[in-house]
Structure formats: C-alpha cells, structure tokens
Design a protein around this ligand. Sequence first.
Ligand code: C2E
Ligand code: CA
Ligand code: CA
Length: 805
Amino acid sequence: MRSFFSWSIRTHLLLLVLAAAIPALALVWWSGQELEREAVDKANQATMHLASSMAQDLEQVEEYARVLLATLAQAPTIRQMDAAGARALLVQLNRQNPAYANLALIAPNGHVLALSFPHQGVVDVSGRKYFKDALRTGGFSVGEYEIGLASDRSVIHFALPVFGTNGSLVGVLAASYDLGALAQSFNSASLPEGSAMALSDARGVRLFRHPDSRRWLGREEHKDMWLGLLNLGEEGMTVAQGADGVKRLYAVKRLRIHKDDPSFLLLRVGIPEAKALAGVRRVKARNVALMVGATMLAAALAVMLGNLFIMRRLDRLTAAAERLGHGDLTARSGLGHDQGELGKLAESFDNMALALDTREAERVEFEAKLRHQAMYDPLTGLANRTLALDRIQQALTRCKRRDDVFYAVVIMDLDRFKVINDSLGHSVGDQVLEAVARRIVGTLRGLDTVARFGGNEFILLLEELATPGEAIRIVKRLRGVIMAPVPVAGHEVQTSASFGIVLSPNTFERAEDLLQSAAIALHAVKQSGRGRFKVFTPRMLLHAVERLTLEQELRRALEQGQFVVHYQPIWDLSSTRLVGFEALVRWAHPERGMVGPGSFIALAEETGIILDLGRVVLTRACADLAEWRERDPAARKLFVAVNLSNKQFCQHTLVEQVSEILRRTRLPADRLKLEITESTIMVNAESALVMLKRLKALGVQISIDDFGTGYSSLSYLQRFPVDTLKVDRSFVGRLGLDPENQEIVRAIVALAHSLGLDVVAEGVEESGQAAMLRALGCECVQGFYFSRPLDVDRAQETIGAQREQ
Ligand code: C2E
Ligand code: CA
Ligand code: CA
C-alpha cells in the first residue's frame, strides 16, 4: 500500500474537495431527517386530532342515546307495548338516526318485540348485560361492545326500562349504536390513501376496522402489537405494522363512555408511513442527489482547475527538472515568475538552472583556457613543448609508413640571450622573444609547427619536405632573418641563433628522444661557436653519452678525493732560480691512471662541478705551499699560481672563499697568485675590474693567463690591478719558426713592462726558446724544457735542490 504522501496532487485535491463536501452532505442529510420528523409530527397531529374528535363523538353517543331512549319511552305506542306501532316508530327514528344499527323494544322476558329493521324469528337478549342491568336498576344502562345479535355489526348497546301508564315496568328499550358510524369522521378527514382506523375492545378483540370492516371483525389483535399499544397508556403515537402488513404511523387513544369506566375501547388511526413521508423523502433524495452532484461537479472542477492552474505548471516544472537532471543545462520551466508558490518555485528553479548553466559555461571556458595553457606558450602564443612533442610524435609515426616525404626537427637557441636579459631587463628580453617568434612564424610555412620552451629555445617541426636538404635551406633562411636587429624600446638588439637539427629518416621511436638528439646537435654547435647549425649524427649521441658518464664519474671522483694537484715549477730566467709553482689538477683515475685536465676541465666548467673542484685545488695548493714553507726556509720566497675558471671568477663569494682558505692554511696572501685567462677578464671587463680590486685588496697576486689569445683593451689593462702577464704557449712554441711571433712576444713584454708588470712565458720546450725569451727581456719561464708538472714529493725535492745550489 502506497503511503498517503506518495499519492498524486490530483488525488489530494479530490480528497480535499470530498472532505469539504462532507459537512454539507451531513447538513443536507440532517435537514432531511428534520423534515421527516416534521412530516411525522404533522401526520401524528392529523391522526391524533381525528382520534380525539372520535373520542368526543363517542362520549356524546351515550348522551344522545339517553335522550333518544327517554323520549321514546314516553311514546304511547311504546308504553302500550304495541308491537306494530312500535316497529313503525322505531323504523322511522332509525331512519332519522342512521348512526344506530338498531332500535329495539324488548319484552321483560328478553324476547324482542319490535325492531327498527325487518327480522324474522325470535331474538332473545335476556342474557345480555345491558338488558339485565336495565331490569335490575330500572334505569339507563350501557352494555358491552359486541357484535349485535340482530344487526350482526359492531355495536354498543344502551337500554332504558319502559314503564306503562300504570307505572309498572312493561319492557325495555334498546339502542345499538353502530361503531361503524365513527368511520364517517375518518372519511371526512380525507387522510392519504392506505390510511386505516381500528377499534378493539379491552381484551384485544377487533371490533371495527375501516376500511374493509367485515374481514377483520372479531379477530384478536396480534399479541406483540397489542402489548405495544397497551404500553402507550391513555394515548400515544407509534409506528407499527398493521395486520395487512402495511407500516403506519398510528395515533392511539383509549375511549370510554364514562370517565371512570374501567373498560375501554382502543382506537387507532394510522397513516402509511411511506405515504406520510413520500414528499419529504422525495425532497430529501433530491437534496442529497443535488448535493452529491454538486460535490462531483466541485471535484471535477477542482481536478480541471487544478490541472489548469497547478498540474500543468507542475508538469512543466517536473519535465524541466528531469531534463536538467539528464544534463540539459538549457532546461527552464518556461513559467511566469509570479508571487504564487509555484511562481516562486519556478523562479528558484530557473535561477538555479541559470546558475548551473553559467557555472558550466565558465567551467568549459576555464577548461578550454587550461587546455590552451597546457598546449601553448603564454608569451608568444606559440605551441609549447607538450604540443610540439605531440606533433613530432605524429610526424614520426606518419613518416614510418612513407619514404617519399621527409621532416626535420630543429631546436633553435638565441645566442647571448642571457646577456640581453641581464643588461636590458626581462621586459626587453620578452619583447625580443616575441619579435623572434613572429619572424620564425613569418619565415616558416603554414604546415610547420613552431613551439617555444624554456626561455630562449624554440622547437621547429618542418614537415612534408621533398628532400632533407630543404630543411637546411629553411634553417639558413631563418638564421638570416633572425640576424636582423630587433628594435625594442629604443634599442636595436642584435641577436643570432644556433640550430640543432634532426633529419628524417632516422631510427627514433619517441619524440622525446628525437628532441633530445636535436638538443645534442645544438649543444655541439655551442661548443664550437655561435650562429651556426649542426645536423645530429649518431656520433654526437655517443659523445653526449660519454660526457654524461664522465660527469657522473667526475662527481664521484670529487666525493672520493681522486683529484690530486701537480706542480710545475716557474723559473727566473736570469738567475735560473725557482720562483714558484703553477698548480695543475690531475685525476688519479683508479683504472685509467693519471688523467690530465684537458679531458675533464671543460665539462666540469660546463656542469658547474668546477666550483667544488676549484675550491679543492685552491685549498690543496695553499696547504701544500704552507707545509713546504714550514719544513724548508727555501720555500718562503716561493708563490703558488692557481688557475681560476670563468665560473669561479664570476662567483660572488669568491673573495670570502679565498680569504677563508688563506686563513685556514695560514699561507700569506702575497704567496698566492691567481691565474685568470684574458678572455674571462675581458668578456665583462667592468665587473671583472670590481672583482680584481676586491681580490687584490686581500693581498693576493693576479696573473693574466693565456695572454695574447683574446682581445685585450689597453685602457682596461691599465686599470686592472694585475701583477703578471702569462704569454700563451702558442706564441712561445712558435718562437724561432715564425718571425711574426717573435714580434708579438716582444710587444707583449714591452707592454707588460710599460704597465709595470712582469712576464711569464709558458710552454718553453727548447733551449733556443729560452734564449730568445731571455733576449726579449722576459723575466720568468715555465715549460717542459725546465720541468714537467711534478707531484707533491717531487716538487718538494725541487725546493730542496734549490737550497743545495
Ligand atoms: P694552462 O693554465 O695554460 O696550464 C699550462 C699547461 O701547459 C699545462 O697543461 C701544462 O702541463 C702545460 N705545459 C707546461 N709546459 C709545457 C710545455 O713545455 N709544452 C707543452 N706542450 N705544454 C706545457 P695541463 O696541466 O694539461 O693543463 C691544461 C689546462 O688545464 C691549463 O692550461 C688550465 O687552463 C687548465 N687547468 C689545469 N689545472 C687547472 C685547475 O686547477 N683549475 C683550472 N681552472 N684550470 C686548470
Ligand atoms: Ca695557467
Ligand atoms: Ca696558460
């Protein structure tokens, strides 16, 4: 059974209407009952009235009979007991008083002498009460109700003795009042059809009934019915079923001739209930029918109007909600937003749907934005690395199946971009990138992909190439375009680009590998210079792998202390005395033996390992010299020259580091000489000047290494707080072979002397070279001719040998 609350609103409406109709129906029913009661009352009044008037009639009957009999007893024919004359008189009187069934003159022996109607034979009434009472009392007597002997009708007898002229009793006069006469007033009362009246004696014997008097005469009343009637007392009303089976409303009344007469007649007058209530019942039925009709109409109206005003709108709302539930966010109720509850509900629903819709739209937009962000570079609007990789992967798969078209993946790197960024600011840097992006897009074909990733690197995917060579042509064109100065914020920014290229066909499976290979090619370009391009070859990969392994090995070697420092003596040319050492790092490789710096310094520099390595070397060199100084006074005048890489020189904390090492090793600052290459100093001369001054302030000496290979600015050279110029080995090695070199060396020595600096020539391998350098006025030398780089013990021995000289 479904719960009450799960019924539909229609059913609820219907129930409401029915509930509202119940009191009205009850009222109609109740008023019907009321009407019925009134009708019953009316019927009862009528019957009771009739009964009362009959009772009065009966009371007068005795009076009349007394008068009639008394008058008759004076008639001479009667007093003479003249049978013939008496009969004529009686007949005449009876005709005048038809209410009497019979008038009779009775002889004292009880035999009837004369009758008011013709009768044959002897009628003996000597046994009757009225006759005996009249004889006994000699006055008026009243008999019982009974069936007349002569008339054979329900009668009541009255009797009066007749006295002759001599005053003796000569006979008795009797009058039999016909109870049927009472029916006259019943008839004149014009009660409804089926009405009936009945008279019974005190024992319950039916004396009279109207209509149909004969049929019921002398019968006894039904016992229950009779008891019911007796219970009513002197008079009352009752509803009972008559002997003929008809249900009637009866007025019941006891009738007496005398007030104190214990015997009585029971009169009842009845109207058929059906007849009495017919009108009222009709009205009642009509009213109920009308009410039921009205209720049904109201219910139908309620359903109809409910449909019109509620259900139709609710259905639309439900349908909209269902659509919304199924994900259709455009679903709206389509109903007016009026003040009613449904209007408010519709408004709330529509607002909710709109909010959902808006939020969904925002979500979709946001997702699209995210997707775009995930795929595109926000600065240039170019594809990003992810998208580029995706496209490259597609090209890779596509070209696996074809060998008539080619593609190329190019990584392009803007040279010196960091310098632009650092010197002109990031916003200029960004503008340069945007301009470059535009140039690339303008140069490439529509089907190519251009992406930017990581600062100043761009990825180009060139597709549908007729030959691999076409890619080279495109890259060359692009290189030219990039070289044109970019006008940004009042500057003309000059840029160039380097390119690493991977061509198809190749054996790559994954876009990442392909891209990495392009990066390796680019790296190879950067090793050898700028503004150029290189096509990736498997050898590059091999090389790159080697470098990667080497890098790992270097880190491990640093951790395990595999680096040792060798010392190459530096000599004074004129006195051939030892003046100092150059500290040169070596890698005591467990398998490969002693490995020279040529095979790892560049990589250490590139990877930043040089910072740690440099500190190790500097510390070792300082510590070694400090120890020698302690052991051997001859070491006191010596210095140790330590090479500083470009990265080390650019370190902000370099000065603190050097001073800390000097403090820790307790080496006097002026015994340390830092060698910095000419190119390192000149690339950023201004900041180099600051750093050199700070180092100099510590008290250390400064030497410019590899001098002559870079482009030194004389004006800077003048301002640098430098002690020594180291003539590069390349010039020394060719002394004597090439007269030009001799001039260069001479010029360097002259320059150094004019600036107050001394000169060290490195890479002296022959005595001739030494002689020439001496002739040119060079102070110090260093080279295999004098001594190779030595391990710590040998170096210490060399110091000892000096003392012995
Ligand atoms: P460099 O500073 O020019 O060092 C001198 C190099 O010339 C050394 O090579 C030395 O062994 C070599 N040499 C000396 N005399 C002769 C000679 O007569 N003939 C020839 N052919 N060569 C000679 P090395 O030890 O292989 O070092 C190579 C370079 O590695 C150094 O060049 C220097 O730039 C770098 N280097 C070495 N040790 C360090 C270090 O501890 N730190 C840094 N940053 N660089 C270092
Ligand atoms: Ca050096
Ligand atoms: Ca050098």
